[in-house]
Ligand binder design. Structure first.
Ligand SMILES: Nc1ncnc2c1ncn2[C@@H]1O[C@H](COP(=O)(O)OP(=O)(O)OP(=O)(O)O)[C@@H](O)[C@H]1O
Length: 360
């Protein structure tokens, strides 16, 4: 069968105390692909992962590995028969075993029989020189790399990873993420990685499945999920957003920044025009001639700087807008730190706005 997914879950549901913690979740992961289950704390990500691993049981729905049923509500392959590798935040290496034996733990015959495989993996994670070390002699990042090698040693067809990097300090994290990704791709496993951090999902994922209250609300390549969010909450999950509320009239919404098209929205409906801070443009009053918008920028609106912060690679500037006193945030590259109280003009990139019906 062409393109049989390595992992497929269909309509998985799980209730705890009458609550739908996992509510009809379906997804597929292809071999060599990394899918990130991304969502806020408590949305059901870990429960979904535990069900796939076989340490929890769904109330309904099916799980397939390479097209073969491994679990429905009647039939159930035990966790050890699913060819699944696991890596969790509190990965625990065996403290009484050296690195080599830790990695060989799940392999028949131990290190002596599997030296080639264990050494190959330790080499990939750049830990071969620590083959005889004990876990307490290693840093957190090094232990994490050994844990990755251990999980991959039995050549799992699927790797399930639950917040595997959250125990590491920021400085280490990016490097280890990249190295982990490289090793995972090289090994060709299908990876399902749980995280609540959008930046981690953007960095690691071929595909992001955005989860909220037990449901997958959007799924796609990171670029698409970021640039075409399904609703205001999906947009706001990835960055700060500015929201300009307006009422629909003849399928258009009038705002201080000009008119926005609202196809399909009824007259009188309230809509939110949502824009990320990096898509606001700041301009000056040019000697009384006002700002200088391009056609993309739409109508400029004036605001007064209430706060300006340098963030390293960009600056964040907050404005109180003249038209209604609301606050808008702009993010600009490099250093731009106007004085509080300075009046400036803001324009919004019309092609980067999202228009959604208001929730309230
Ligand atoms: N065994 C259980 N019994 C009762 N409730 C549970 C059980 N396991 C999970 N829950 C509840 O289900 C909800 C989802 O939990 P889950 O751990 O799947 O969320 P999550 O998205 O992984 O969040 P986090 O990132 O905080 O771990 C939570 O409200 C949690 O309290």
């Amino acid at each position: 069968m062409p393109n049989t997914p390595r992992l497929e879950i269909q309509n998985i549901k799980r209730q705890f105390d009458g609550l739908n913690v996992v509510d009809d979740v379906s997804l597929q992961v292809q071999p060599g692909q990394v899918t990130c289950l991304l969502g806020p704390s408590g949305c059901g990500k870990s429960t979904t992962l535990r069900i796939i691993a076989g340490v929890d049981m769904q109330d309904s729905g099916k799980i397939f590995v390479d097209g073969n049923l491994v679990c429905d509500t009647v039939f159930r392959v035990p966790p050890e028969g699913r060819s699944i590798g696991l890596m969790f935040q509190d990965f625990a290496l065996f403290p009484h075993l050296p690195v080599a034996q830790n990695v060989a733990f799940g392999l028949k015959g131990g290190y002596s029989t599997n030296k080639a495989r264990v050494d190959q993996l330790l080499d990939k994670v750049d830990m071969l020189r620590h083959v005889d070390s004990y876990p307490h002699e290693l840093s957190g990042g090094e232990q994490q790399r050994v844990a990755l090698a251990r999980a991959l040693a039995p050549r799992p067809r699927i790797m399930l990873m639950d917040e595997p990097f959250s125990g590491l300090d920021n400085r280490l994290r990016d490097g280890i993420r990249d190295q982990t990704l490289e090793v995972l791709k090289d090994e060709g496993a299908a990876v399902l990685l749980v995280t609540h951090e959008p930046a981690e999902a953007m960095r690691m994922a071929d595909e992001i499945a955005l989860m909220r209250r037990g449901k997958i609300v959007q799924q796609g390549a990171p670029y698409n999920v970021y640039n075409a969010p399904v609703d205001r909450a999906a947009a706001a999950f990835f960055s700060d957003v500015n929201v300009i509320r307006s009422q629909v009239h003849n399928a258009q919404a009038e705002t201080p920044f000009g008119r926005f098209l609202c196809p399909g929205q009824q007259n009188g409906r309230m809509v939110d025009i949502v824009i990320r801070p990096q898509h606001l443009r700041i301009d000056f009053d040019r000697d009384g001639r006002g700002p200088n918008p391009t056609p993309q920028d739409g109508v400029p609106a004036r605001g007064v700087v209430t706060r300006a912060r340098f963030m390293g690679s960009e600056s964040l500037v907050e404005f109180r807008m003249d038209y209604d006193g609301s606050i808008l945030k702009a993010q600009v590259p490099n250093v731009f730190l106007p004085q509080v109280g300075t009046a400036l003009w803001l324009m919004i990139r019309r092609d980067r706005c999202f228009v959604f019906p208001s929730d309230v």
